[in-house]
Design a protein around this ligand. Structure first.
Ligand code: SF4
Ligand code: SF4
Length: 171
């Protein structure tokens, strides 16, 4: 087991995730934007399942089942990202371009980043990974106060990046 994991820092390691049923395999990432669920604790929760109009997320019964995704059905729409109370879902697109990948993750801080901003991207321990360029922010009513920020970043950091550093208030 790697030095950090769910038990030591409360965040799963890549190794733990790759052993979980919901985590995409390489070939799943090759088909375009897909949802990635980093939820590996058995808790009574299923908004991810009910938010997916494509029926791609399965929790089933009992409700403590870990969510699974049918990547054939997932279109990367992002509805499940805003619906997850644990902020445990993001969308990743390995096929964005030759050199860059795209990630769309939940963001619940003010101020929001703006399109075109260069932001610091972070990994599962909150560690700095690389910088990326904001290419979109979704903050519609359907998102229920959880904005979804989309950022493009170098593909060589594809697996490591899961979110961005919070932008500090200017005061
Ligand atoms: S991204 Fe859209 S289609 Fe894919 S699992 Fe989430 S809600 Fe369903
Ligand atoms: S909604 Fe989020 S926290 Fe709840 S089961 Fe789904 S992925 Fe896990």
């Amino acid at each position: 087991m790697s030095e950090f994991c769910l038990k030591t820092i409360g965040a799963p390691s890549l190794e733990e995730l790759r052993n979980s049923a919901a985590f995409p395999r390489r070939e799943d990432f090759m088909k375009g934007p897909i949802a990635v669920i980093e939820c590996i604790e058995e808790i009574p929760c299923n908004p991810c399942e009910t938010s997916c109009e494509k029926g791609a997320i399965i929790v089933g019964s009992p409700i403590t089942n870990l969510p699974r995704i049918d990547f054939e059905k997932c279109i990367g729409c992002g509805f499940c990202v805003a619906a997850c109370p644990g902020l445990a879902i993001y969308i990743k697109d390995y096929t964005y371009s030759e050199q860059e990948a795209r990630i769309s993750f939940p963001y619940e801080y003010f101020p929001f980043p703006q399109k075109g901003d260069i932001v610091q991207l972070v990994g599962r321990k909150g560690e700095k990974v690389c910088s990326g360029t904001v290419v979109g922010i979704q903050n519609g009513k359907k998102n229920d106060r959880t904005a979804i920020v989309s950022v493009i970043y170098p593909k060589i950091f594809f697996d490591e990046v899961i979110s961005m550093e919070r932008i500090k208030n200017k005061s």
